[in-house]
Structure formats: structure tokens, C-alpha cells
Design a protein around this ligand. Structure first.
Ligand code: IPE
Ligand code: IPE
Ligand code: MG
Length: 249
């Protein structure tokens, strides 16, 4: 990917020693992007894939360790059947095409969500992509698919109760509970980006974003570029994270 002069200027402002370890993104605004151009919504989703490629590549090059993208929520099944079908086929197309690129960039794919409820062909392609990138040791790219923060908490509580019944001899604290989430082993997101200006979480990573720095842009997802990503990271590095304490004063 080429970095133009304006982008290079942004890049120069980033302190590579203080990168967010985990960036999570609510990729929103594909439909509005298409509507503005009098195109069908799916054209917006297709254009959104270009933005995914840019952001994945830029994060991997920078050295971000975890990138988690909200691609399909448990609530998105409320959309018209035709849109869902096209979204699923776009996802399959992405998974198939992207494997060589992910391998070239040493990126390991992950998924979170109620994955087993996805259509069988999608599941199969996902399994192939997970398997083929399993040995990569670079960035962990996680797609949130059929994901809901509340369903994740319920699933965790169920698994925990199951385990408790089996052997209740363990403490239930924040660390133990985190082990039952889909994101087991991941650090919490440091930076949460949402595009297209909406000021809500839409059921994304409810537990994990407790102390994430939130960055919202009016830019619609298909228009999001590496320059926007650099801006978000620069702003993130200017924030003082206090975690309820008094900070540095
Ligand atoms: C985000 O774009 C992508 C998905 C939720 C799959 P939207 O489809 O929500 O686009 P808007 O919000 O209608 O513009
Ligand atoms: C959130 O966007 C879900 C994804 C980005 C996959 P939505 O467009 O579904 O969220 P709402 O409906 O605006 O809250
Ligand atoms: Mg939306």
C-alpha cells in the first residue's frame, strides 16, 4: 500500500512505542454511503471491504497486536433477507480472496460471536481461513460475526455455571470471568473506533470496552482510510487514561 505525503505526515506523529495494543472498530455507514450515491446498500458493503483491507494492512504494518472488526451483529438478522444473503456472500468472497494476503502479512485470523449459527457454507469458509492462517505469529485479526455483547455475557455465564456444577472449587473474579468470554486471552481494547457519527456501542464488546478510549468520526466506513486510522491513534496518544485514579496530574 502506498503512503502519500499527507499520510506520511500523520504517520510521523505516531509514537510507535505507545501504540494501542488492541483496536476495535464498529464499521458503520455502508448503507448511507451507498444511498448518497443512489446505489443499492450492497454497493456500500462492497466498498466497505476496500476500507477493511486498508485498515488491516495499516494496523499490521504499524505493529498493532490485535484488531477486532464488528462485521455482523446478532441484531443484524432483522435486516431484509436479500441484504443478509449478499452480506454473507461478500464475507465468503473476502475470506477466500484474502487468505494469501493475510499469510503474506503474517496475520492470524480469529472470530468471535455465535459462529455455529452462521449458514453452513460461511462456517466452512471460516474454518478453512482460520486453519490456513493459524500458524501466523503477527497481528490477530478478529471478525465479530453474529456477535452480541449480551449474548457473549450470557454464553460466558452458562459455561461458567456448567463448569461450577462440575467442580465449584474456584474463585469467580474478573480474571476468571474473562476466561469464559469469546475474547479469552485477548487484552481489552485500548481504542474503540466508530465511523459514521453514531454515538452508541450497538452491543459491541460490552465487557471489554470498560476502559477503552472511544473515537468517533463522521466519515462513513467505505470512505475510511489509513489517514483516518492514523488520526485516531494520534488522538488516542494524547489522551490521559486514568482508570478511576488521579492520573499523572
Ligand atoms: C455497517 O453499515 C455494516 C453492517 C452493519 C453490516 P450499515 O449497513 O449499518 O450502514 P448504515 O448504518 O445503514 O449506513
Ligand atoms: C453495528 O452497526 C453493527 C456492525 C457494525 C456490524 P448497526 O448499523 O447494526 O448498528 P445500529 O443499528 O446503528 O445501532
Ligand atoms: Mg449502521
Amino acid at each position: 500500500m502506498k503512503t502519500d505525503l499527507a499520510e506520511a505526515r500523520y504517520l510521523a506523529q505516531i509514537d510507535l512505542d505507545r501504540l494501542p495494543r488492541h483496536i476495535a472498530v464498529i464499521m458503520d455507514g455502508n448503507g448511507r454511503w451507498a444511498k448518497k450515491r443512489l446505489l443499492p446498500r450492497i454497493a456500500g458493503h462492497r466498498a466497505g471491504i476496500r476500507a477493511v483491507r486498508q485498515v488491516v494492512e495499516a494496523c499490521a504494518r504499524l505493529g498493532v497486536a490485535y484488531l477486532t472488526l464488528y462485521a455482523f451483529s446478532v441484531e443484524n438478522w432483522k435486516r431484509p433477507h436479500t441484504e443478509i444473503k449478499l452480506l454473507m456472500s461478500l464475507l465468503r468472497e473476502y475470506l477466500k480472496k484474502e487468505i494469501p494476503e493475510l499469510n503474506k502479512q503474517n496475520i492470524r485470523l480469529g472470530v468471535i460471536g455465535r459462529i455455529h449459527e452462521l449458514p453452513k457454507p460461511v462456517l466452512r469458509d471460516l474454518e478453512v481461513a482460520l486453519e490456513k492462517t493459524r500458524r501466523n505469529s503477527g497481528m490477530r485479526l478478529t471478525l465479530a460475526l453474529n456477535y452480541g455483547g449480551r449474548s457473549e455475557l450470557i454464553d460466558a455465564a452458562r459455561k461458567l455455571a456448567e463448569q461450577w456444577k462440575h467442580n465449584g472449587n474456584f474463585a469467580i473474579d474478573e480474571d476468571t470471568f474473562s476466561e469464559y468470554l469469546y475474547t479469552r486471552g485477548y487484552p481489552d481494547p485500548d481504542l474503540l473506533i466508530r465511523t459514521s457519527g453514531e454515538l452508541r456501542l450497538s452491543n459491541f464488546l460490552l465487557w471489554q470496552v470498560a476502559y477503552a478510549e472511544i473515537w468517533v468520526t463522521d466519515t462513513l466506513w467505505p470512505d475510511f482510510t489509513q489517514k483516518n486510522l492514523f488520526q485516531a491513534i494520534i488522538d488516542f496518544q494524547k489522551r490521559e487514561r486514568r482508570y478511576g485514579g488521579l492520573g499523572l496530574g
